[in-house]
Design a protein around this ligand. Structure first.
Ligand code: MTE
Ligand code: MO
Length: 371
């Protein structure tokens, strides 16, 4: 089953379905078409009857809600936002090259895509439920500071439905949506129909698909995918025996970039060559500058940044370099700065972690030059 994806998708697994487009398919388009948008799944795609589906909002709220999709659409104002989703495992291949990471999907640079999402604000739904933000909770004497998000799909490993949580402050931010449409089309099953969470600027794993339950609570979710997976573990940790809460939880995305074209290992004609890619700042920061080198990082040119669609959206970039025929070919390198003047780390070695998350080192591509 290809879930309406293009024929040249790089399919890492069919069940669960994990696929990313060929990098060139992302070139130049701010919004990714639906047949090209990557997909990451931990279990089978659930078969949901939209008439039977309900969204439950409960926990530390005054009025728990149980809503049909029609009720959700009726009661709350509709909002549309262009936002990039990126899997925490994107560019894991660059970490695997440092040291093997058995058992994890070898995502390349395209487990990231952008859509125009339509839905309602999670903040509006939480307000309607009367979420007791920051109030004392008699039950466990803690504050309502997290919003747990739960789907119905059960992953084989932990045999637990997929879920996670975000801090209440993020859940109340205007960019966080409960979306039923992507690029103006109803969500497809593989992307979370009938309703999914979209948490812009945060790792894709927090954008829970097929969302069924939203719980305001004192602590982060104890769901496997919050407490065990999607954590940055120290390099010497044994990923098969991770105690709950080890390392730290991944949330905000880090500044990253990738070279999309030319592809690694290809041959380019001598003369001017257009190099294109994307950069994504994460966490609501902007991309400020991207440099490209055609000599392994000895000299650099500034790339032209594509149109700015706001802090939740990647920036496309491109520039021209001069390809001289030479033994060993060219090494193309890119490096991006964000609006806080942070620069991507140069070397992936120091980023290596047992689950292979968050590789945001300078992307490098080797090409041969036609004589
Ligand atoms: N939500 C559910 N219910 N189940 C999942 O397996 N995968 C998460 C997230 N939401 C997942 C989920 C991960 S890790 C990512 S990166 C994104 O969905 C991928 O979203 P997409 O398939 O729409 O691209
Ligand atoms: Mo992910």
């Amino acid at each position: 089953m290809m879930w309406d994806k293009r024929a040249d998708m790089v399919v890492h697994g069919r069940e669960p379905f994990n696929a990313e487009p060929p990098p060139q398919a992302l070139v130049g388009a701010v919004v990714t078409s639906l047949d090209t948008f990557y997909s990451r799944n931990h279990g089978p795609i659930p078969d949901i009857d939209p008439d039977a589906w309900r969204l439950t909002v409960d926990g530390l709220v005054d009025t728990p809600l149980r809503l049909t999709l029609a009720e959700l659409r009726d009661r709350f104002a509709e909002h549309t936002l262009t936002a990039t989703l990126q899997c925490a495992g994107t560019r894991r291949t660059g970490l695997i090259a440092v040291r093997d990471i058995p058992g994890e999907t070898p995502w390349r640079e395209a487990a990231v895509s952008t859509a125009t999402w339509t839905g309602v604000r999670l903040a509006d739904v939480l307000a309607a439920a009367g979420s007791r933000a920051g109030e004392r909770n008699d039950a466990d004497d803690a504050e309502a500071r997290h919003v747990a998000l739960l789907g119905p799909d059960v992953a084989p490993g932990p045999a637990q439905a997929f879920g996670g949580s975000i801090p209440l402050a993020k859940a109340l931010a205007p960019e966080v949506l409960l979306a039923w449409a992507m690029n103006g089309e109803p969500l497809t099953p593989v992307h979370g129909a009938p309703l999914r969470v979209v948490v812009p600027g945060w790792i894709g794993a927090r954008s829970v698909k097929w969302i069924e339950r939203i719980t305001v609570q004192a602590r982060p979710s104890d769901n496997w995918f919050q407490a065990h997976a999607y954590r940055m573990l120290p390099p010497d940790a044994d990923p098969s025996a991770i105690p709950a809460g080890a390392g730290f939880s991944l949330g905000e995305l880090a500044l990253t970039s990738a070279i999309l074209d030319p592809a690694d290992g290809t041959t380019v004609p001598a003369g001017p060559v257009t190099v294109t890619g994307y950069a994504l700042a994460g966490g609501g920061r902007g991309v400020a500058r991207v440099d490209v080198s055609a000599d392994g990082g000895a000299t650099w040119v500034q790339a032209d940044l594509g149109e700015d669609h706001g802090p939740w959206c990647w920036r496309q970039w491109s520039t021209e370099v001069d390809a001289e025929p030479q033994a060993g070919g060219l090494e193309l390198v890119a490096r991006a700065w964000d609006s806080a003047a942070a620069l991507q780390p140069e070397d992936p070695a120091g980023l290596w972690n047992p689950k292979g998350y968050m590789n945001n080192a300078w992307p490098r591509v080797r090409v041969r030059v036609e004589a």
